[in-house]
Design a protein around this ligand. Structure first.
Ligand code: PEP
Length: 254
């Protein structure tokens, strides 16, 4: 696995310029925690401003359109978010799959567009509670991921991160057991090896996401094959987000 844990904050539809002070504080403290790779995905409207404010942390987008340009009112292309300063795009978040009807096939197109624009992709996947209760979580997630990931990727280790986010754990305060997280991440790793070969797949980080907080971060980040976290609610203040970054640094030291 890639050596540095990757902690990514997804601000979702939160934040005006008043929140730039949080980004600044996260950036300053991250400069003292170089063993952790830290990034933020603010809303489109703040990408450029956050990019200008920070020196150390990565800045990304929460979505992009699959087309290069054209008559798509209200949409934003991969080249546009890259131009604003985004170095990566989160794709396939369950909120976009559900609220915007995003299909695996569309996500494959979006990831190709993001890569073409020179950005990295964080591809999300995750099952509903019903699917988990039916004992089908791993088969569902690996199928979903296989159909969403870009095909014929030559250098996945450089451009791809996977985020496993059980839908029932997002914003609910509930999390899977560490064993369940480890087992899912192992299944995802096996899929990546199938798709891209062992050498490349081994270096792709698989993040866990879903109610990660400073209090549970150490335990979740210590699970086998967990290469970091995608954080929603707890990324909105520097205090809670940095608590998670610190936990990741501690796990590195163990
Ligand atoms: C998310 O939506 O990506 C997420 C992980 O949210 P939260 O941390 O709030 O559960």
């Amino acid at each position: 696995m890639a050596d540095r844990p990757y902690i990514v904050g997804n601000w979702k539809m939160n934040g005006t310029r008043a929140m730039l002070s949080e980004a600044r504080a996260i950036d300053r403290s991250s400069q003292r925690l170089m063993k952790v790779e830290v990034a933020l995905a603010p809303p489109f409207t703040l990408i450029h401003a956050v990019h200008r404010e920070v020196e150390q942390i990565g800045v990304g987008a929460q979505d992009c359109h699959a087309a290069e340009e054209g008559a798509y009112t209200g949409d934003i292309s991969a080249a546009m978010v890259a131009d604003a300063g985004a170095k990566f795009v989160i794709l396939g978040h369950s909120e976009r799959r559900e609220n915007h009807g995003e299909t695996n096939a569309l996500l494959r197109e979006k990831s190709a567009a993001a890569l073409e624009a020179g950005m990295r992709v964080i591809m999300c996947c995750g099952e509903t509670e019903e699917t988990r209760d039916e004992g089908k979580a791993e088969s569902f997630v690996t199928r979903q991921l296989k159909a969403s990931l870009p095909e014929n990727l030559e250098n996945p280790a450089d451009v791809l991160t996977v985020a496993y986010e059980p839908i029932w754990a997002i914003g609910t305060g509930r999390t899977p057991t560490v064993d369940d997280v480890a087992s899912m991440h192992k299944a995802i790793r096996a899929l990546l090896v199938d798709l891209y070969g062992e050498e490349q797949a081994d270096e792709v980080r698989i993040l866990y996401g879903g109610s990660v907080k400073p209090e549970n971060a150490k335990e979740l980040l210590s699970a086998d094959e967990v290469g970091g976290a995608l954080v929603g609610g707890a990324s909105l203040t520097a205090e809670s987000f940095l608590g998670i970054v610190l936990a990741a640094a501690e796990v590195q030291d163990q």
